[in-house]
Design a protein around this ligand. Sequence first.
Ligand code: SF4
Length: 368
Amino acid sequence: MKRAELILGRELMPLYEKVMQGKRLSFEDGLLLYRTPNLSGVGYLANLVRERLHGNRAYYIRNLHINYTNICNKGCKFCSFYAKKGGPKPYTLTMDEVRERLQSYRHIPITEVHIVGGVNPRLPYAYYLDLVRTVKAERPEVHIKAFTAVEWGEIARVARKPLAEVLQEMKAVGLGSVPGGGIEVLSDRIHAELFPKKIDGKRWLEIAREIARAGLKQYATLLYGMGETIEERVQHFIALRELQDETGHFLALTPLAFHPEGTELEHLPHTTGYEDLRNIAVARLMLDNFPHIKSFWIMNTPAVTQIALWYGADDVDGTVHEYEIVYQDDAPGVRQQVLTRAELIRLIREAGREPVERDSLYRVVSSE
Ligand code: SF4
């Protein structure tokens, strides 16, 4: 019996044939990948694709996150970040505070500043332009990845201009690409239950198309563990895959584990390592036209990320520095969250992969 047959068994062998021939997996295949107890088999298949695309390389980036405001009028039930009674205190960073934060990291080489925040209706269009300009003025060499689709909807609203025009104006002041997020999972049911005030899936896809038309690259995410079904997750992957066929502008997808503490869904359990690995592996297999699958260590721990490098992930994200959306040690108030470059390299090497520093567009910065 061949090695693949031993690992995959009769249940997954038909998928092996498809994967080896580079054939697209169907909705039913996606469900099977979620339902089978043979997680090692799913990981084996995902690793075949991962190594075909990236060999032994595992990418990381040196980056800094700026969460410019936690004031938000959307009230998503899964969110612990936005300011509310009994929760985080409201803040909006001034340009001086943004400058100070960047200056406090001036001795640290970074290639990317990642900017996201709440939907704060009091912010004028000029604030967003100033934010990008300020970061660019302080760190002219960095790539600016900014604003999720829901923020882009808000920016166009306050600018009173078509989104296409706003995107061009933002590009002119320094915008480089657009992060994922802003939809969590493309499901009308989940949208109605958990984040009805936020843009729906149809609008999210329209905004993503506009971002592609503006000549910008974009990232995508799946937030899992908040009550969505496996059918909804597979459908999410298929909708993104179809859009990518059309635009080719997505660089990577990150499956993000839901953290219930501080949210309205606190009764839900944490995701497990088993689930985290499965979501990464299924994403790799279903998203055959996405170049990269990322395991974001803040969301699923550095330990799971190491194993994920053998379950379809080729990227561990970055050094991060400050991240206020979710706390990796689940200790609200501890804003500093960082893995140094040396720690990331060690994490990757220890997992048997070859570390490669990348920039935001996956160009190689250094082969260590
Ligand atoms: Fe606001 Fe985003 Fe949190 Fe929803 S997820 S409440 S849009 S900050």
